[in-house]
Design a protein around this ligand. Structure first.
Ligand code: MG
Length: 263
């Protein structure tokens, strides 16, 4: 065999070995356990006993028991004038809804609310209020998580406490009787709209009601409405709103409220 032929065969053989080695190496790398390990970002350490009932350092304290500085009247945009006493704020029905000065997109929110002992009325006319997860107007426009006396108070299931009003009934009813505090821990994922206004990702909600999961990442058909079907309209970051419902029953109260923005 001529020298050039021997060299060619040697080169070809070496090339084949190199290619096979590279393939084995790639294959080996793909099979390494470390290839599928995620090391960052590191979930931060939290105190499990405080996590659910005290605000995290970077949470916005919406109500601290003393001031409604974070809130305005939804109608006249002036200061929120609901009554504060003993660390508790009580709905003032004649002055209407209140909403946060700030706007939010995605967040985790903690809210405590209480129907007064001795409440009267029935169904939707007993301790009705609401937490609008994103407000899109001064009245009841937006996405309402219902607040209502949950104790021995029959009404339509998708309008009871813990319901996404007229869209999703709660999975169970862990509500406490009038005079006792109820706790909502909400995760809100805002809807996403394309530049042309088309809905590209619907809003989603999870809710723990008194520590019990009652809404499991449910998808909203659009804003909640009293009559008819939801119609999606594009909007950006929005205030959080509390409802002054017009029923004649005694007003409900709120205490700790805080919100932590999420990506
Ligand atoms: Mg309501």
């Amino acid at each position: 065999m001529k020298t050039w032929a021997k060299v060619s065969i040697a080169v070809a053989a070496l090339g084949g070995i190199a290619a096979a080695a590279a393939l084995l190496s790639l294959k080996g790398k793909a099979l390494l356990p470390s290839a599928t390990e995620q090391w960052a970002p590191v979930p931060r350490v939290v105190d499990p006993f405080k996590y659910l009932d005290s605000p995290e350092p970077d949470a916005v304290r919406l109500f601290d028991g003393e001031s409604l500085a974070e809130w305005i009247n939804s109608n006249d945009r002036g200061p929120a004038s609901w009554a504060i006493a003993d660390g508790v704020v009580t709905v003032h029905k004649p002055s209407g809804n209140i909403e946060t000065r700030r706007s939010f997109r995605n967040y985790r929110l903690h809210l405590e609310w209480r129907v007064p002992a001795g409440i009267t009325g029935k169904g939707q006319a007993r301790g009705n209020s609401g937490l609008f997860l994103a407000s899109t107007g001064p009245g009841d426009e937006g996405y309402e998580l219902q607040i209502l006396d949950p104790w021995e108070n029959p009404t339509y299931a998708n309008g009871m406490a813990g319901a996404i009003y007229k869209q999703h009934a709660p999975l169970v009813n862990p509500g406490r009787p009038p005079g006792e505090w109820n706790v909502y821990d909400v995760v809100w994922t805002a809807p996403v709209f394309a530049p042309d206004g088309k809905l590209t990702a619907p809003a989603r909600v999870s809710l723990h009601f008194n520590g019990v999961l009652v809404q499991d990442n449910v998808m909203l058909a659009g804003p909640t409405v009293f009559a008819g079907q939801p119609v999606s309209k594009p909007h950006g970051p929005a205030p959080i709103k509390l409802q002054a419902h017009g029923d004649p029953s005694a007003p409900i109260s709120f205490r700790k409220m805080w919100v932590l923005e999420l990506p």
